[in-house]
Structure formats: structure tokens, C-alpha cells
Design a protein around this ligand. Structure first.
Ligand SMILES: Cc1cc2nc3c(=O)[nH]c(=O)nc-3n(C[C@H](O)[C@H](O)[C@H](O)COP(=O)(O)O)c2cc1C
Length: 349
């Protein structure tokens, strides 16, 4: 169990996936779940969902809202600032979709979010941000959390801001300690995660620049955070969940009993091939149409390939495939040769 509760005490595993537009979809979540130790529970996000659209979506037809019946502990992320839209969105996410919690995005730095005054724009108005949490809490019985960035105006401002969110009812906070204008450049300043954990009384999830299992444990040790959230690295190394579980004494994932998690560059290279084939098989079951499925697969590879020794060659081969069946052949052939993965890569993308 974690020292401070996440999802009202249901979470017992210290690593989770980050919400990422175009990446955090049901296919990727199912791939990651296949690497989870049995019995381990963490939160599962969606990419950010706009609360202006959620009240009207036909969930089954919207890829970013797709979920599998086997999925539990889902905490969709919403973007919004209008009470009636938030109210209708969270009601539907709870009653029709099966959410276990709601995360509010206060970190999205894209121009559109700024012009609509949501995402990271909310960090410029502490009182309004607090109201957004309060209005969300008012309209749902589910636990509410917030994902935020470092404040442009400095850490004291961030801490007062975060305290306001907690007073308004946020049950845990996730911090990606980069300022909005940094987007994903520069490095994440983990000391801010440490300091925030000591300022607020709720669980803090640390996020930013995790690449391998050592980083997960280093972030937990250095910052005292309750759990770690990883984004880009989980595309390259979905078995990070297994590696972390193994070090904590959890059993191997179902179907991999008796095996050790991949460790060496070559073992990881081989596992990556296996993971991509698994992802293709999962995607092939989704009713999204071949074009979209291929685009999702390519985007996944674009994020993962910087860790792979000949990733650029694989990306080039995948840029011309026309179907999942063809993609599967390309991947199978590429990984029939020994491939190697780097423990670390340049994260400036
Ligand atoms: C392609 C992409 C899309 C993202 N979309 C979102 C999003 O929808 N909501 C959000 O809160 N953060 C989003 N982020 C930020 C990530 O959640 C995370 O904070 C960031 O990537 C740092 O973590 P990492 O270094 O482990 O990747 C996105 C990041 C990437 C790479």
C-alpha cells in the first residue's frame, strides 16, 4: 500500500502511465497491462478529453474514449473550465463509461488551451483553478485529481496554487516540473516534486524524464513522491512495469511466469519486437479503420524508436506500410535480427 492514498487506497503499485494525446489509447493501455504483475493496481489515464465535446460524444465511436470491458481503475483526464460542461462530462464518464476517478488537466501548454483558458492557463488564475476543482468535485462522487506543471511565477506560487486545489477537494496531484514555456524541452526539476510532497497533505505523483527502472526508484527516493508517472519511456519500454514489479517482489506477468524481466540491451531489443507485434494484434481488433490504426502505430513508434539502436531505419520502413498485416511482416522481419535498446536517450523531442 502507498503511504498516502491514490484512488481512495485502491492503488498499490508505484508506477503509472501518463496521459498523452495520440498515444494513451485503449490499445496501448492493454499492451501495458500485459506487463503488469498480477494483483498490482495503478491508475490508467486517457489522453486529455475536452469537456466541451464529452457531453455529446458517442463514446463507442471516438477512439480516444474507447475502453475495453476488462479495464478497471480508469481515470480519464478532462480539459475544461465551464461548470455545466464539466458536470455533464463527469456524469457521463462515471455512469456510462465506468471511470474510477477524474483527472483535471492544468498542464496543457498548447495555444488552443491558452485561448480557451483551460489547461495550463488555469495556473495563471489560482482562484479560478480552485473553482474548477470545486465544481468538478461537486458534480461527482468519484475522486478528483489534478495534473499540473511548474509555475512560471516560481515555486512559492506553485505551492500556494496546489494548496488551493487540495482545499477545493483534489485527492492527489501529479506534477510535471517543467514550466509551460519549456513544453517538453530542458529537464524536469525533480526537487519541485520533493518540495510539493512536503507542502500538501495528499499523495503526489512525480512525472518527467523517467527512462528506466533505476529512474523510477531514484525519483521515489529523491522526492518522496507516492508514485511515479512515465510517458514516453513506456512506449519504448512497456515492460518497465514488469522490471519495477520484479524489484519490488511482485510476481512476473501472466504468461511470463518463471521468466525474469528483460534487462540487457539485446533482451530489451528482442522484447520490443514482441511488444510491437502484440500491439498490432491488439489494434487489429479495434474498429477504427486501417488508416487511423496505422497512424496510431506510427506515432507509437516515433516516440519509442529513439531508444532503439536502428530505430530510424524501422521508422523509415514503417512510413510506407499500408496495412496492419504489412506492418506485422515488417516488424517480424526487422526483429528476426538481434536488435539493441539503449538504457537512455536524448529526450529533447
Ligand atoms: C505526445 C504527447 C502528448 C501529451 N499529451 C498530454 C495530455 O493529453 N495531457 C497531459 O496532461 N499531458 C500530456 N503530455 C505530457 C505527459 O503526460 C508528460 O507530462 C510528459 O511527457 C513528461 O513525462 P515523460 O518525460 O515521462 O514523457 C503529453 C506528452 C506527449 C509526449
Amino acid at each position: 500500500m502507498l503511504e498516502r492514498p491514490i484512488l481512495r487506497g485502491e492503488v498499490n503499485f508505484p508506477l503509472c502511465l501518463a496521459p498523452m494525446v495520440g498515444l494513451t489509447h485503449v490499445g496501448f493501455r492493454l499492451l501495458l497491462k500485459s506487463y503488469m504483475p498480477p494483483g498490482a493496481r495503478t491508475i490508467w489515464p486517457t489522453e486529455m478529453l475536452n469537456s466541451r465535446r464529452l457531453p455529446h460524444e458517442v463514446f463507442a465511436r471516438v477512439p480516444e474514449c474507447s475502453r475495453h470491458p476488462s479495464e478497471t481503475d480508469l481515470v480519464p483526464q478532462i480539459l475544461g473550465n465551464d461548470e455545466s460542461e464539466i458536470a455533464r462530462s463527469v456524469k457521463r464518464l462515471d455512469e456510462e463509461w465506468g471511470a474510477s476517478g477524474i483527472d483535471i488537466n492544468m498542464g496543457c501548454p498548447v495555444r488552443k488551451a491558452l485561448s480557451h483558458n483551460y489547461g495550463v492557463a488555469l495556473m495563471g488564475d489560482a482562484q479560478y483553478a480552485r473553482d474548477v476543482v470545486a465544481m468538478t468535485v461537486r458534480h461527482t462522487r468519484l475522486p478528483v485529481s489534478v495534473k499540473l506543471r511548474a509555475a512560471d511565477a516560481g515555486t512559492d506560487v506553485l505551492f500556494r496554487f496546489a494548496e488551493g486545489l487540495v482545499e477545493a477537494g483534489a485527492e492527489w496531484l501529479t506534477l510535471h516540473p517543467r514550466r509551460a514555456e519549456q513544453k517538453r524541452r530542458g529537464s524536469a526539476d525533480w526537487s519541485m516534486i520533493h518540495d510539493l510532497r512536503h507542502v500538501v497533505p495528499v499523495a503526489v505523483i512525480g512525472n518527467g524524464d523517467i527512462q528506466q527502472a533505476d529512474d523510477v526508484f531514484r525519483m521515489l527516493d529523491e522526492t518522496g513522491c507516492d508514485a511515479v508517472m512515465a510517458g514516453r519511456a513506456l512506449t519504448a519500454r512497456p515492460w518497465l512495469l514488469w522490471q519495477v514489479g520484479e524489484r519490488l517482489g511482485w510476481p512476473a506477468p501472466i504468461g511470463r511466469e518463471g521468466e525474469r524481466a528483460p534487462e540487457t540491451r539485446e533482451e530489451e531489443g528482442q522484447e520490443f519486437g514482441r511488444a510491437v507485434l502484440k500491439l498490432i494484434a491488439i489494434l487489429a481488433e479495434l474498429p477504427w479503420g486501417e488508416d487511423l490504426l496505422i497512424r496510431k502505430l506510427r506515432f507509437f513508434l516515433k516516440n519509442a524508436c529513439p531508444w532503439l539502436e536502428f530505430g530510424h531505419a524501422l521508422e523509415a520502413k514503417m512510413s510506407v506500410v499500408k496495412s496492419l498485416a504489412e506492418a506485422q511482416q515488417v516488424i517480424a522481419l526487422f526483429f528476426s535480427q538481434t536488435q539493441s535498446m539503449s538504457p537512455r536517450t536524448d529526450l529533447r523531442y
